[in-house]
Design a protein around this ligand. Sequence first.
Ligand code: HEM
Length: 227
Amino acid sequence: MKWIITFFGSGIGKKLLMSLTGLFLILFLAVHLLGNLQLLKDDGGHSFNVYAKFMTTNPLIKTIGYGNYFFILLHAFVGISLAWYNRNAKGQKYAVFNSMHTTWASKNMALLGSLILAFILIHMGDFWLKMKLDQLPMVTYPGIEGEIKDLYFRVAEAFKNPVLVVSYVVGMIILSYHLQHGFQSAFQTLGINHQKYTPAIKALGMAYAILIPFGFAIIPVYHFLLK
Ligand code: HEM
């Protein structure tokens, strides 16, 4: 047991935790975006509300959701402690830390990550918390038993506010920079460093880091301009 604490307290152990939790969060982002794209459907929120009800009541998804909250906090906490460790260990860092090509994003991962954490907290306060506190209107749909929460209404209302729309777009630019370094860094930490595969991982990481935040950003812009 003691060796586990010692390992995850070391620089390499922290990098490994960042890599594994980061890959989980990358997966979460893709699933979250796929669900949220239903906010672009012109059906008055029917598909999105039915999907949101499933996601928030299915016991398996709920359990994965608790894991997700834990991984977000762990990723943020270990990231800050790793940045602190690297600052204090300047000049004597492990080879693995220095082997990567440095970019503006790679040097500012802790700052970018802290801004994303602030975004997530404000974002959850706006939608998730209002849903949990039952502060949403209820709707009924033919073929669906009982009343369900009208989360679509809350999202559509929020995105009438230009300040919020601009904050989301800025938040997604920050997320894009964080992912541009984070995606390939996660694979590098796991030791996946291959002449043939590394360029493909880098290209995939870049495509992911641009397309996923872009997909999120079009939702508030679409609601603001066209709804
Ligand atoms: C336009 C973009 C986005 C929209 C419209 C949106 C919408 C929502 C809504 C309606 C909820 C509450 C219902 C649910 O739990 O699924 C939610 C939850 C959440 N969102 Fe987003 N989201 C967006 C972008 C993001 C981004 C970029 C992140 C992370 C960086 C994020 C992280 C989360 C988290 C962690 C939760 C709680 C999930 C859970 O309870 O399991 N969201 N989002």
